[in-house]
Design a protein around this ligand. Structure first.
Ligand code: CA
Ligand code: CA
Ligand code: CA
Length: 429
C-alpha cells in the first residue's frame, strides 16, 4: 500500500527562456520531540512534554478505548526499518486499553463498540513568530484499513492553538507493510514531510495533533500507528539564482545551457528528462563549479538522444546538505496548439481541489468540473493563467468520491487559438 496523502513535491513547470529565481535552503529547527521518556511500556502520552489528549473528537469513545502511549514498546526506528519491540528509543503510538492488553506496541483492540476510540493527541503550542517556509517532518508507521476508511490515524494541524482543526489540514497516514500486516506484523517506518501552508508562518499558535479513530464495528486492521522524531523547521533562504535554463535541438543532440549567479553551498545540477510528458528521470549531472557569490556561471550539457516526441528537461539543483529545488522546464520539439496549455495534475478532496496547469502564455480561462455522466458540477470563469506554472485552488460543492473531469477553455480574446482541453481526475481518495 502506498502512502496516499504524504507530501508530494510537485514538479512545477515553467516556460523556458524566462528568468527564473530558485532558492537553496537550510533548515533551522523550531520545535522537535523525540518522545524519549525512558519508558518501556504503559506510559500515557499525556504525561510527556506538554502533550494533551482531547477525547470524543469525530465520534464517541467507548468504555474500553484504545489509548495514546509513549514508550519503546513500539521502537522509534529510523526509516525504512520495520516495526520492532523495545530496544530503547521511545515512540508515540496507539495501544489497547490498559485493561485489555495495554501497551504492547502499535496495536489495538477492536472487538466492538466498547473499543470505539476517537482521540486526538495534541502537541504543546509552538510559536513560529519570525519564521516562514515551515516544514513538518516525522517518522511513522501506520498500516490500517484501505484508504483510511475504517480504523485509522490522521495528522491534523491547527493555526489557532487547537481551537479548530480544519478539514483542509487533515492528512491520512498510511505506510507500507513489513510482512503480513493484517497478521499483526508491523508497518515500515517512513518519513513524512509536509510543507506547511502560509497560515503557519509567523504564527504564535501552531499545534500538531494525531487523531486515532477506531470505529468500534468489530472489524480491525492491525497494526495501528506510531510516530517518532517529529520536528518543525524553518527554511532559511539562501538565494541561488538561476538566470536562464534553455534547451535547443541541434543536428545530432539537444544542447542544454543554463546560467546561474549567487551559488551558495550548491553541490550539483542533475539533468532530468521527460519524453512526451512521461515522468522525469535523471540522465546526468554537472558539478556546481562556482559557489561564487558574485560571478555569473554558464553551464552546458549535451543530450545525444533524440526523440520524435516533444521532450522536456529540467534541472534538479542539489545543495551540499542534500536538499534540492527544481528549475523551470525547457521543451524541445514542436508542440500542437493544445500543448500550449497543459493540465499537469488535478487532485481534490473534502470540498477542495487543486489544478496544476502549465500555460505557454498568459491567458484567461474558464475551468469547469463535470461528473462522468457529463453533468456540470462547478464552473470557475475568468481564471487568469500566468505564463508557466499555475496552481488553482478551487472550492467544490459536496460531491462523492470518484472520477471527475476537469475542462480548461480559453477564448479568442487573447488573440490565440481557443483551446479546450479536458482531463479525468480522482476526487476524494
Ligand atoms: Ca527514533
Ligand atoms: Ca524516540
Ligand atoms: Ca473498525
Amino acid at each position: 500500500m502506498k502512502s496516499i496523502y504524504s507530501h508530494i513535491t510537485t514538479p512545477f513547470l515553467a516556460l523556458a527562456f524566462l528568468i527564473c529565481i530558485s532558492v537553496s535552503s537550510k533548515a533551522q529547527t523550531i520545535w522537535s520531540d523525540n518522545f524519549n521518556n525512558g519508558c518501556s511500556a504503559n506510559c500515557l502520552a499525556t504525561a510527556w512534554n506538554g502533550w494533551t489528549l482531547v477525547d470524543n473528537v469525530g465520534g464517541t469513545t467507548g468504555g474500553s478505548p484504545n489509548n495514546w502511549y509513549i514508550s519503546c514498546a513500539e521502537e522509534g526506528l529510523v526509516p525504512p526499518n520495520c516495526g520492532s519491540s523495545c530496544i530503547g528509543d521511545q515512540s508515540l503510538h496507539i495501544g489497547a486499553d490498559p485493561g485489555s492488553g495495554g501497551d504492547i506496541g502499535a496495536t489495538y483492540n477492536e472487538t466492538g463498540a466498547t473499543n470505539a476510540t476517537y482521540r486526538l493527541i495534541v502537541s504543546p503550542t509552538v510559536s513560529t513568530v519570525g519564521k516562514s517556509t515551515i516544514t513538518l517532518k516525522f517518522d511513522y508507521i501506520a498500516y490500517g484499513s484501505a484508504g483510511c476508511s475504517d480504523d485509522r490515524a490522521q495528522l491534523r494541524l491547527s493555526t489557532d492553538n487547537g481551537a479548530t482543526w480544519p478539514v483542509g489540514y487533515q492528512y491520512c497516514l498510511t505506510s507500507v507493510c513489513c510482512g503480513a500486516c493484517n497478521g499483526y506484523s508491523q508497518g515500515q517506518w517512513t518519513t513524512y514531510t509536509l510543507s506547511l501552508p502560509a497560515a503557519f508562518d509567523n504564527n504564535p499558535n501552531v499545534r500538531i495533533a494525531f487523531h486515532w479513530k477506531n470505529n468500534g464495528n468489530g472489524s480491525g486492521t492491525d497494526p495501528s500507528v506510531a510516530i517518532d522524531d517529529i520536528s518543525l523547521s524553518s527554511v532559511v533562504v539562501l538565494p541561488v539564482t538561476l538566470v536562464r535554463f534553455q534547451a535547443a535541438k541541434e543536428t545530432n543532440k539537444v544542447k542544454l545551457n543554463w546560467t546561474t549567479i549567487l551559488e551558495n553551498q550548491l553541490s550539483r545540477y542533475e539533468v532530468e528528462r521527460s519524453v512526451g510528458y512521461a515522468s522525469f528521470s535523471k540522465i546526468g549531472a554537472v558539478v556546481a563549479t562556482g559557489n561564487n557569490q558574485a560571478g555569473q556561471i554558464n553551464y552546458i550539457y549535451n543530450d545525444a538522444e533524440l526523440f520524435s516526441k516533444p521532450v522536456y528537461y529540467r534541472l534538479k539543483m542539489v545543495n551540499n546538505d542534500g536538499r534540492s529545488t527544481y528549475s523551470n522546464v525547457a521543451r524541445v520539439g514542436s508542440a500542437t496548439a493544445n500543448e500550449n496549455i497543459i493540465i499537469v495534475s488535478t487532485n481534490g478532496r473534502n470540498g477542495k481541489m487543486q489544478a496544476y496547469i502549465w500555460a505557454g502564455y498568459a491567458v484567461t480561462a474558464t475551468i469547469s468540473v463535470y461528473d462522468l455522466q457529463g453533468k456540470k458540477i462547478a464552473t470557475f470563469p475568468d481564471r487568469r493563467l500566468i505564463t508557466g506554472d499555475n496552481r488553482l485552488d478551487l472550492n467544490l460543492p459536496k460531491i462523492s468520491s470518484g472520477y471527475y473531469t476537469i475542462k480548461v477553455e480559453t477564448s479568442n480574446s487573447s488573440q490565440k487559438i481557443p483551446i479546450r482541453i479536458t482531463k479525468k481526475f480522482l476526487y476524494g481518495k
